[in-house]
Design a protein around this ligand. Structure first.
Ligand SMILES: [Fe+2]
Length: 196
C-alpha cells in the first residue's frame, strides 16, 4: 500500500537512535495526493496495466506504457524517458542503493512512475520531512531544487519509468546533510511492527 508519513523535522533527533514520530501517517490515496499537492509535489495513481514479462527489456517496458508516456510528455516536457528495473539478485544493488540514499537536489524535476514493486521517496521541505512509500501505479513529480533522498531497500524490487528534461539524465548535487540517517528506511516502513 502507498504510505505517507509527515514529520516536523525540528522534533527529530539527529542520528536516528530514536525513531521520529510522524505528525501524519496515512495510506489514504486522496489524502496523500492532497498533502503532497499542498507542498508542490505532483502525485497520481495511474490505472494498472498487464504485468511485464520477467525478461522485458527497456523497449518493451516503454512500449507497454506508451500512452502514459505520451501524456506526460504533452507540451514538450520530459523529452527523455527510460526504465530502471532492479531485483534482489542485482549484483550492484548495494552500491546502487547507496547512490540514492544521501540527501540531494537536481536542477530539474524528478519524475517517476512505478511500474512494478516499491521504493521510498523522502522529501525535505521547509522544516518538514515527508516519507512516501511508492507502490506499483504511483506517479510522483518532485520539483527541481527539492531536497530529497530515495531508498530502494536491502532487497530492491521495482521497475520505474524516469522522465527527464535533461538528456544527460540523472545529475545530483549532494547537500552533505546526513539527515537520511535520522529517518526510517524502506525496510522498517514495510514491517507492520515498524510502522508508527
Ligand atoms: Fe534524486
Amino acid at each position: 500500500m502507498t504510505l505517507l508519513a509527515i514529520y516536523d523535522h525540528s522534533n527529530t533527533l539527529a542520528g536516528g537512535q530514536i525513531a521520529p514520530l510522524p505528525q501524519l501517517f496515512t495510506g489514504n490515496a486522496e489524502l496523500i495526493a492532497s498533502e503532497l499537492g499542498q507542498r508542490g509535489i505532483g502525485f497520481e495513481r495511474w490505472p494498472a496495466r498487464a504485468s511485464l514479462a520477467p525478461d522485458a527489456d527497456q523497449a518493451a517496458i516503454l512500449a507497454a506504457y506508451a500512452p502514459e508516456i505520451a501524456r506526460v510528455q504533452q507540451g514538450g516536457g520530459y523529452a527523455t524517458v527510460d526504465a530502471i528495473r532492479l531485483n534482489p539478485e542485482h549484483p550492484d544493488r548495494v552500491a546502487l542503493r547507496q547512490k540514492f540514499l544521501a540527501e540531494h537536489t537536481h536542477s530539474e524535476d524528478e519524475v517517476r512512475f512505478f511500474v512494478e514493486g516499491q521504493g521510498l521517496f523522502c522529501l525535505h521541505i521547509k522544516g518538514e520531512v515527508l516519507q512516501l512509500v511508492c507502490q506499483q501505479n504511483d506517479w510522483i513529480a518532485v520539483p527541481a531544487g527539492t531536497r530529497h533522498w530515495f531508498d530502494m531497500g536491502s532487497e530492491p524490487r521495482f521497475c520505474a519509468l524516469r522522465f527527464f528534461n535533461n538528456s544527460e539524465g540523472w545529475v545530483a548535487a549532494f547537500s552533505g546533510d546526513p539527515i537520511a540517517q535520522s529517518y526510517p528506511f524502506l525496510d522498517a516502513l514495510l514491517q507492520p511492527q515498524g510502522a508508527p
